[in-house]
Design a protein around this ligand. Structure first.
Ligand code: SAH
Ligand code: SF4
Length: 421
C-alpha cells in the first residue's frame, strides 16, 4: 500500500457544513448539549427554568434534533418555540469536539484527531483519536474510552502513555457525532466527494468498536451511559449487537458489562500461558487466564449467535508457534468464540516485531481447522497509522507534515480526491 496520508485540518466538509463543528464549547463559554444522555438533557433544561411538566416532551424534541438530525444550531429546531430556542442558545451550544486533523488512507480508512473542550483553566483540551473503517456492507467506528491508559500492555503504544483522564459519556458519544458530521451521514447532508462509504444503503457508521485508547471497563459508567445514547432507537440507533467492547480482561466487570451494556464482547487474550500473558498484559497477574475464561463462560447472553471474540496479536517469536495455536484452540473449547488474529502494528521504540506471514498462516490454519473461520484481521489504514495501539503516537510528526503541505501551497482537497479515487 502506498503512503498517501494527508491532513486536511479544519477543512470544510463536502456537505458545506463546518468541519466537526469548529465552534468550540470552551470558546463559547457555554456547555454543549451534544452527547448528553436523556437525564443530562433533562437536567440542562431544568437548570434554565423549563417547567417540570414540559421536561419530558422537550427532552424528546432535543433528542430528535441532536441524535436523529445532527443539527448544529438551536434555530434549526423548528418545533421548539422561538423564545425557548433563544434561551437555549443563551446558555448552551451544540458544539462538537474540534477536529484537529483528518487523514484519509488509500483504502478509505479515516483517522480524526479530536480535541475535547477544555475542562478548566489549566486544561488545553484532551486529544484523542477515532478511526473510521468503511467496508461495502458496514462502516465501523473505533472509539476511545479514556485519554491514555493505566494498564501497561508491553506491545501497545497507548500503554506507554500515562492516563490523562476518563472520557465523559458525552465525549464518547461525540466521537460518533463528529464521524457522522465528517461523513455527511445525516438527513439532508451528503457524503464527502470520492470518499469511501458503505454502498449497501445502510448507515455510514453502522458499527462501533471500543478499541481506541483506553480500557473501557475502567470507565464503566461513562461507557455504559454512552452506549445507551448510541444504541437508542430514536436517535443514533446503533444496535447493541453492532457494538463491540474490547477489554484486556477486567474480570470483575465482565458480568456487569453483559448485563448493563449488552454489547458484543472482545477479549484481548494475546497469550495462552500465564507467564507470558503476565508480561504482555500485566493485568493478567491480577486476573489470570483461567479466571478470565470463567468470566467469559458466564457472560450473559452468550450463544453461538453471540460469540465472544478473542483477540490475539501476532508477535514474532513470542506467541506465534503452532503449539500456541493448538493451546489456544484447547483453551477456548466450549466457549462460543471467534478468534481474531491481529498482525502486530509496530510503533517507534517497540521491542516487538510482527510475526512473519508464514507463521501467521500456520497459526491461522490450525485455528481454521478447529472450526474458526477467516481469523486474520486485515490491517487497515496502515499508511496513516490508524492501527490499534498506535493512536495518537505520531500526531506531532503528522502535524508538522500538514504544515509543510500547507506551506507548499498544496491543495488538500485535490489531493484527497486524487488519493481516494
Ligand atoms: N484496552 C482495551 C481496548 C483498546 S485496545 C483492550 O486492551 O482490549 C484494542 C485492541 O488493540 C486490543 O486487542 C489490543 O490488545 C490491540 N492492540 C494494542 N496495541 C496493538 C498493536 N501495536 N498492534 C496490534 N494490536 C494492538
Ligand atoms: Fe490499555 Fe488496551 Fe493498550 Fe492494554 S492494550 S495498554 S489495556 S489500551
Amino acid at each position: 500500500m502506498t503512503a498517501v496520508a494527508l491532513d486536511i485540518a479544519n477543512d470544510i466538509s463536502a456537505a458545506g457544513r463546518p468541519a466537526g463543528g469548529v465552534v468550540l464549547a470552551r470558546e463559547a463559554g457555554r456547555p454543549s448539549l451534544t452527547g448528553l444522555t436523556r437525564a443530562g438533557l433533562r437536567d440542562a433544561l431544568a437548570a434554565i427554568g423549563v417547567p417540570e411538566r414540559e421536561l419530558k416532551m422537550r427532552v424528546t424534541q432535543l433528542w430528535h434534533w441532536i441524535y436523529a438530525r445532527g443539527v448544529h444550531d438551536f434555530d434549526a429546531m423548528t418545533n421548539i418555540a422561538k423564545a425557548l430556542r433563544t434561551q437555549l442558545a443563551a446558555h448552551y451550544t451544540l458544539a462538537r469536539p474540534e477536529v484537529v486533523t483528518e487523514q484519509v488512507s488509500s483504502d478509505g480508512t479515516r483517522k480524526w484527531l479530536m480535541r475535547m473542550p477544555s475542562t478548566g483553566p489549566h486544561d488545553r483540551g484532551a486529544e484523542i483519536e477515532c478511526v473510521y473503517i468503511p467496508e461495502v456492507d458496514r462502516g465501523t467506528l473505533c472509539v476511545s474510552s479514556q485519554v491514555g491508559c493505566t494498564l501497561n500492555c508491553t506491545f501497545c503504544h497507548t500503554g506507554t502513555q500515562r492516563l490523562v483522564r476518563n472520557l465523559t459519556a458525552a465525549e464518547i458519544v461525540a466521537q460518533v457525532i463528529v464521524a457522522r458530521d465528517r461523513l455527511g451521514d445525516w438527513p439532508e447532508a451528503a457524503p464527502p466527494q470520492m470518499g469511501f462509504v458503505p454502498t449497501d444503503g445502510g448507515r455510514y457508521v453502522s458499527n462501533i468498536v471500543l478499541m481506541g485508547m483506553g480500557e473501557p471497563l475502567y470507565n464503566f459508567d461513562n461507557v455504559r451511559d454512552a452506549m445507551d445514547v448510541v444504541s437508542d432507537g430514536e436517535g443514533l440507533s446503533i444496535g447493541r449487537r453492532r457494538i463491540t467492547l474490547s477489554t484486556s480482561g477486567v474480570v470483575p466487570m465482565i458480568a456487569r458489562a453483559g448485563e448493563e451494556i449488552g454489547a458484543m464482547l472482545a477479549i484481548s487474550l494475546h497469550a495462552v500461558r500465564d507467564d507470558l500473558r503476565d508480561t504482555l498484559v500485566p493485568l493478567n497477574r491480577k486476573y489470570p487466564i483461567a479466571q478470565l475464561l470463567d468470566a467469559c463462560r458466564a457472560y450473559p447472553g452468550l450463544s453461538n449467535a453471540r460469540r465472544i471474540t478473542f483477540e490475539y496479536v501476532m508477535l514474532k517469536d513470542v506467541n506465534d508457534t503452532p503449539a500456541d495455536a493448538r493451546e489456544l484452540v484447547r483453551l477456548l473449547k466450549g466457549i462460543p468464540a471467534k478468534i481474531n488474529l491481529i498482525p502486530f502494528n509496530p510503533w517507534p521504540g517497540t521491542a516487538y516485531e510482527c510475526s512473519d506471514w508464514e507463521s501467521i498462516e500456520r497459526f491461522s490454519d490450525i485455528v481454521f481447522r478447529a472450526g474458526y473461520a477467516s481469523p486474520v484481521r486485515t490491517p487497515r489504514g496502515r499508511d496513516i497509522l490508524a492501527a490499534c495501539g498506535q493512536l495518537k503516537s505520531e500526531t506531532e510528526k503528522l502535524r508538522a507534515r500538514a504544515r509543510l503541505m500547507l506551506e507548499a501551497g498544496a491543495d488538500n482537497r485535490n489531493l484527497e480526491e486524487n488519493h481516494v479515487a
